[in-house]
Design a protein around this ligand. Structure first.
Ligand code: DAH
Length: 345
């Protein structure tokens, strides 16, 4: 009988020596020491033994059981250590590898210029107003003193939605809305940034969609001198302290008088270069004194109040400021182009 116990012990130890994983170890433990295992089986046979043999046999089986239990425990420690070491080896990270670079975006050049212009005007006490891009003919044209069949409509080829509505062709549409909305709240002092649309063929200097900022000041006693001083201040802030501003007579139906505004070339300081086509001056925006008829149509007394307005293309300013030679760069979203502006943020 004791031989059987010894054999069992040897067999268990031999199998234990081949175990590699905790799972295998647990299975083997159940196999030998579990309720249905051979040790338990031996215990069951005790009842068939004589009174004298029983305690000796029982003790022998118990010893083997204890011995195997301790061996299983030892093996459990060794195996779990081995497993941990293996896991650590597999999950080892090379801390000398360069990390992944975090991609982060930057502001679009048009946003940069728009924000800069907004800051300049907010600093002068202007509010920032907006209006709808799908606009009524009424506000885009009629109230801007451009009635049906007026030849000035040809200057702004239009995307029509239906007989009454269109994609606004200029931010002057916001101006006419604001005049109406503000007629009881004089004085008015605001800028109105926004996208505008024209049925132009896209090329280096034209785009069917672009961005403008409209400026509007209405109060008692506003003159052309206020307009000039304001634009000069803006130009110096945006393009450089040495900028001078020049007015040339022009025509817009919604202003009288109307002017085309040139800024002295910030590249050559007025000496003449490629940017200013060797004239020393760069045309940047249209402006004028708000036409009395436009004030009256909005319900404002043109005898009491006068005002100036201007409309500036943000793309135009951005092209001048950053030396961009093709307006399409702003919309094609080539990251090589856009990323270059991160340093201006
Ligand atoms: N609306 C004009 C355009 O889109 C720009 C403009 C010119 C706006 C003169 C004005 C202005 O407010 O007074 O070409």
């Amino acid at each position: 009988m004791s031989e059987k116990i010894a054999q069992l012990k040897e067999k268990a130890l031999a199998e234990l020596a081949t175990v590699e994983t905790t799972k295998q170890l647990q299975d083997l433990k159940v196999q030998y020491l579990g309720k249905k295992g051979p040790i338990q089986e031996l215990m069951m046979t005790m009842k068939d033994l004589s009174k004298e043999e029983r305690p000796i046999f029982g003790q022998a089986v118990n010893e083997v059981k204890k011995y195997l239990e301790s061996k299983f425990e030892e093996a459990a420690v060794v195996i779990s250590e081995r497993e941990l070491a293996k896991k650590l080896e597999e999950e080892k990270i090379d801390i000398t590898l360069p990390g992944y670079k975090m991609e982060h975006g930057n502001l679009h050049p048009l946003v940069l210029v728009q924000r800069e212009l907004e800051d300049v005007f907010i600093g002068m006490g202007y509010t920032v107003e907006e209006g709808p891009e799908v606009e009524y003919d009424l506000y885009n044209f009629e109230r801007a003193n451009i009635p049906q069949d007026h030849p000035a409509r040809d200057m702004q080829d239009t995307f029509y939605i239906d007989a009454e509505r269109l994609l606004r062709t200029h931010t002057t549409a916001i101006q006419t809305r604001q005049l109406e909305a503000g007629k009881e709240k004089m004085p008015l002092k605001m800028i109105c940034p926004g996208k505008v649309y024209r049925r132009d063929d896209d090329d280096a200097t034209h785009s069917h969609q672009f961005t403008q900022i409209e400026g509007l000041v209405v109060a008692e006693g506003i003159t052309l001198a206020d307009l000039k001083g304001t634009l000069e201040f803006m130009a110096r802030k945006i393009l450089g302290e040495k900028c001078a501003v020049r007015f040339r007579p022009s025509f817009f139906p919604f202003t009288e008088p109307s002017v085309e505004v040139d800024i002295s070339c910030h590249m050559c300081g007025g000496k003449g270069c490629n940017v200013c086509k060797h004239t020393g001056w760069i045309e940047v925006l249209g402006a004028g004194m708000v036409h009395p008829g436009v004030l009256e149509m909005a319900g404002i007394d043109s005898k009491k109040y006068s005002g100036f307005a201007f409309g500036v293309g943000i793309e135009r300013i951005a092209m001048l400021k950053y030396g961009v030679d093709d307006i399409r760069h702003f919309y094609t979203n080539d990251l090589r182009f856009l990323k270059g502006f991160s340093r201006f943020e």
